[in-house]
Design a protein around this ligand. Structure first.
Ligand code: ADP
Ligand code: ADP
Ligand code: MG
Ligand code: MG
Length: 538
């Protein structure tokens, strides 16, 4: 345990920094005594999208706050922060010298799409169109069309859903005229189609010669939008180091391997492995849950569910656009809502993690676990839940002060700690970083195996879905109006249905076997569409 730099045990057990990188002698910023320190900064270049990948709490948002001029780097001297002259001098000879020179003189314009879009309604009032039209850009129509937000132009910002707010925030940033564009986690809350729309808008800025930087935890999205990536490693909450920049393909593969050759740093003790072939559906498996055709109507919305079966010991994922009835379906399965017609046969024990989490609990995480996680304290809980969700480090925190990712880890952990036959998890990866998503996938698998249970998981992250699914079900229809839930089928079939509606195809990276989005209109894209194989190549 321990990485040789810090004395505490590292959150990622496996983390070990083999060589002390030179950068570690020279911080760019330090928040205070015994507080987070940042080493190194990424490079920004015109006409490129630079991606940042790394765990939560490693300094990604700090970097964007520094580069956007919101935070002047103190070079580690938090007691007597240096002025711009000293900062500029510090970076002499590098591209950043010029950058900070211009930034300090107000000669560059910077736009920053913040991470927490849910805070926007506090500061921005009025209708979506008031906001977007006030920016006075020639590109408004084009951006609104690409993001498919025409229908919400007349809505009040305070009434938007998370996904709508994110799209509006991306539009507002992209419409502003600037030299540098910074997007902090642009895909949170978005469905796959909206993610692709966001990627198009972000790429179009780079194609117009702008400098763009994004922080992103959806590896497929990061891959599709970036030209280069910097990996961040270190000790979340303690210190973060910015790696050299790598081409996007090599960079993400490097991240998957967990080893930075040039820097001689290993930050994970294993490579992330991907399946290449579709999982085999358990045709003769033992039936756990069966449901008939079901209908459920809300005010202006109606959902039609095709009959379906969940077998013992399988993970079924469910995906589709926002506002199509996925959460409604999860609530019916969990018994929180009753369908108007049809029913779920077989009474089974269900553990349900809702999509929207409330954090109004007054006590600490430890108290919350003590009261809500039945097996808390057991060895099984320690090894199968506490460790993968890294709860140790948040035990003393107040639940109502947790970050989005911390609250998600707690909620998924509590859901998995209950003894159940079916785990229904609605968007468990929201706000988790790449590493936490994969750890969560493994933990869910192990729990359902050891409990002889099954899981129904709603999610938008294709790589997570690829990693965890045995079978899948697709939701389609008209968001906010009508939804149709298909029966659970083989993953290949579900992916083909879903991706043909979304209009994208995936190939596999030759080295790591991770799924990569094909360029629209490329040879593979056309060939796969012709064959009807949107996801797996024969
Ligand atoms: P990331 O975006 O990679 O999740 P951040 O840059 O937001 O990480 O934060 C890195 C670390 O710095 C975290 O431990 C965070 O708690 C800490 N931090 C962020 N802002 C401040 C601040 N204003 N004062 C003190 N610590 C901060
Ligand atoms: P998803 O999870 O796919 O985003 P939801 O099941 O949350 O979709 O919602 C589907 C539609 O039903 C949305 O238009 C939503 O506004 C509407 N809806 C959901 N619950 C209610 C409710 N209790 N009352 C009225 N409308 C609702
Ligand atoms: Mg951040
Ligand atoms: Mg939902």
């Amino acid at each position: 345990s321990g990485c040789g730099i810090c004395t505490k045990r590292c959150p990622f057990k496996a983390i070990s920094v083999i060589n002390l990188p030179e950068a570690l002698e020279d911080p760019v910023h330090r928040y205070g005594q015994n507080m987070f320190e940042l080493f190194g900064l990424p490079t920004v270049t015109e006409g490129d999208v630079i991606g940042l990948i790394g765990p939560n709490g490693i300094g990604k948002s700090t970097i964007i706050r520094i580069l956007s001029g919101e935070l002047r780097p103190n070079l580690g001297n938090f007691q007597d922060p240096p002025g711009w002259d000293e900062v500029i001098n510090h970076f002499r000879g590098s591209q950043l010298q010029n950058y900070f020179q211009n930034l300090s003189e107000g000669k560059v314009t910077v736009v920053h799409k913040p991470q927490m879009v849910d805070k926007i309604p506090k500061y921005v009032k009025g209708k979506v169109e008031d906001l977007l039209l006030s920016i006075d850009s020639k590109r408004t129509d084009e951006v609104v069309e690409t993001l498919e937000i025409g229908e919400i132009m007349g809505r009040e910002i305070s009434n938007l859903s998370g996904g709508e707010l994110q799209s509006v925030a991306i539009a507002a940033a992209a419409l502003r005229e600037a030299d540098f564009y910074y997007f902090d986690e642009p895909t949170s809350w978005l469905d796959v189609r909206q993610r692709l729309n966001a990627i198009r808008v972000i790429r179009s800025l780079a194609e117009a010669g702008k400098s763009v930087m994004v922080i992103e935890h959806d590896m497929a999205a990061l891959d599709a939008m970036s030209d280069y990536v910097h990996i961040l490693y270190g000790k979340p909450g303690g210190y973060g180091v910015v790696s050299n920049r790598r081409g996007v393909r090599v960079g993400i593969n490097t991240y998957i391997r967990g080893f930075l050759r040039e820097e001689n740093v290993r930050f994970r003790d294993h490579e992330i492995e991907f399946k290449v072939k579709p999982p085999r559906a358990e045709e003769e498996g033992e039936v756990l849950v069966e449901y008939s055709k079901m209908i459920k109507s809300h005010a202006a919305f109606s959902l039609n569910v095709e009959e379906g079966t969940v077998y013992l010991n399988e993970v079924v994922t469910a995906f589709g656009p926002n506002g199509i009835g996925k959460t409604t379906f999860a609530r019916i399965l969990a018994g929180v809502e009753k369908p108007d017609e049809g029913n779920v046969k077989r009474k089974i024990k269900i553990s349900y993690k809702p999509q929207y989490l409330s954090s109004d609990y007054a006590g600490t995480v430890e108290e919350f676990l003590y009261a809500n996680a039945p097996s808390y304290g057991s060895n099984l809980f320690k090894s199968e839940i506490m460790r993968p969700f890294n709860l140790e480090e948040i035990l003393d925190k107040a639940v109502n002060e947790l970050s989005g990712g911390e609250l998600q880890r707690l909620a998924v952990a509590v859901a998995l700690s209950r003894d159940a036959e079916l785990y229904v998890l609605d968007e468990p990866t929201a706000f988790l970083d790449v590493e936490q998503r994969l750890l969560a996938a493994k933990a869910i698998r192990r729990i359902i195996e050891s409990r002889n249970a099954s899981a129904m998981i709603i999610d938008h992250d294709i790589i997570f879905i690829d990693y965890i699914s045995d079978r899948a079900m697709v939701f389609s229809g008209k968001p906010g109006v009508e939804g149709r839930a298909g029966s659970p089928t083989e993953l290949r079939e579900a992916m083909n249905t879903f991706l043909s509606e979304t209009g994208i195809t995936f190939r596999r990276d030759k080295e790591t076997k991770r799924p990569r989005v094909n360029k629209p209109g490329s040879f593979l894209d056309r060939q796969q569409k012709e064959m009807g194989e949107y996801y797996y190549l024969k």
